[in-house]
Write a protein that binds this ligand. Structure first.
Ligand code: NZQ
Ligand code: ZN
Length: 386
């Protein structure tokens, strides 16, 4: 196992009725900006619950943070924060609202000349200071509620870039599985695939003798496969919703990444598909993952074979053969829950997409994967095969 450090200051408040506990965790002296997305919280009762819990608090609202949150929108919130003297941010919504709020938290404290997107997302200058933030998370997918990362898009340049700094951890996250009953089926599926691929990015590399992390990772995959059909068949199945949500949180709260190599190439290539073609994050991953695994099968064969045997119960003693079966089974699982896995399903021309992404990765000298062997040309092959 490799050396590691772990730190997470986020309090998790999990379960039915948890939104009413908000006052336990925010000081009354704070001036709050409540951030939200396109309005789902006003239809499913979450907004009303938050409003009730915040009675007696001094707060303003900022709505309209879109899926794949946009820099252009978020800077409007930064203006409000600076103008109104906001000192606490409360995100109410999915991963996009929370990621956007993390960016607002950083940009609100930034006074430099360069624009905040270039400064933080492109140049990756550290976020040393940020407004305190917390969240009521409404979509199980990103793990953003227990991690310090965020992915921010910019319309004017078709960019989608990630950043990750300690100052961006939420101080607390309220996870009430009941609020996910209202999710459109497509978003439930996106979240399941996103969680699955987060686990793959951290588990499916090469062996460093980390049986505990491996077993945690595989347990998340087994749970997802078992619970996914239940939430799709019965959207208000509380137990299944709760299990799926906890899988999503644990899929990217970094526990399974401790002391092990990580990949993240599927995500980085997927982000480009979203940046250029606007497809959902989960959809982009379902397209790239099977082809990336096939491309990297030899290097990943030991982990893929373990997955085949311990998740899909495949009795195949030859690692490379078991790896092949695992990749087929993963794609079949995505398809079985209604997720499409081909560029052609979205009318995207594979050769055009492959060229665009290759050119961009060449410009940035991008190398990806746990061994840094996925370069612009490999990404081209992966997209072309998709
Ligand atoms: O905007 P509203 O009206 O709220 O509707 C949203 C949105 O349309 C809706 N929704 C959310 N909760 C709902 C609901 N509808 C009904 N009932 C509910 N309870 O779902 C739609 C999608 O929401 P979004 O927040 O965009 O989805 P998700 O949570 O999947 O977030 C995706 C974003 O997170 C980034 C992705 O790249 C993408 O930009 N990621 C963030 C990560 C992180 N911070 O660590 C890691 C991930 O790999 C990912 O990259
Ligand atoms: Zn993801």
């Amino acid at each position: 196992m490799n050396n590691f450090e772990f730190y997470c200051p986020t309090r998790i408040v999990f379960g039915k009725g948890s939104i009413s506990k908000l006052p336990e965790f925010i000081d009354k002296s704070k001036k709050i900006l409540v951030t939200y997305g396109g309005g789902s919280i006003k239809k499913n009762g979450v907004y009303d619950q938050v409003k009730k819990a915040l009675e007696g608090y001094n707060y303003l609202e900022f709505g309209g943070i879109e899926p794949n949150p946009k820099y252009e929108t978020l800077m409007q919130a930064v203006d409000i924060v600076k103008r109104e003297g906001i000192d606490f941010l409360l995100s109410v919504g999915g991963g996009s609202t929370l990621d956007g709020t993390k960016f607002i938290a950083a940009a609100s404290k930034y006074e430099g000349q360069k624009d905040a997107y270039d400064y933080f997302m492109k140049d990756q200058n550290p976020v040393t200071e940020a407004l305190p933030l917390a969240d009521v998370i409404t979509l199980p997918a990103t793990g953003s509620e227990m991690n310090n990362g965020a992915v921010i898009s910019r319309i004017s340049t078709n960019e989608k870039l990630a950043f990750q700094w300690e100052a961006l951890y939420p101080s607390f996250s309220i996870i009430d599985p009941e609020v996910t009953y209202s999710l459109p089926e497509k978003q439930t599926i996106n979240g399941i695939v996103d969680t699955f691929v987060h686990v793959m990015e951290q588990f499916c590399t090469y062996d460093v003798n980390s049986p505990l992390q491996d077993d945690w990772a595989l347990a998340i995959l087994r749970t997802l496969i078992k619970e996914a059909p239940k939430v799709l068949a019965k959207p208000d199945d509380y137990e299944a919703r709760a299990n799926i949500f906890w899988c999503a949180t644990c899929g990217l709260n970094y526990w399974i990444s401790l002391g092990v190599p990580q990949d993240w190439a599927t995500h980085m290539i997927g982000h480009e598909l979203t940046a250029f073609y606007g497809i959902d994050h989960g959809q982009s991953l379902a397209i790239v993952e099977p082809r990336l695994l096939r491309n990297q099968k030899v290097a990943k064969s030991k982990k893929l074979a373990k997955l085949a045997r311990e998740v899909f119960c495949i009795n195949e003693p030859v690692d490379l053969k078991a790896a092949d079966i695992a990749i087929d089974k993963i794609e079949a699982f995505f398809n079985s829950i209604g997720m499409k896995t081909r560029l052609s399903d979205y009318d995207i021309d594979a050769s055009e997409a492959a060229s665009k992404i290759r050119d961009r990765f060449r410009e940035r000298n991008t190398v990806l994967g746990e061994k840094g062997v996925i370069n612009a040309d490999t990404a081209y092959d992966i997209i072309l095969a998709s």
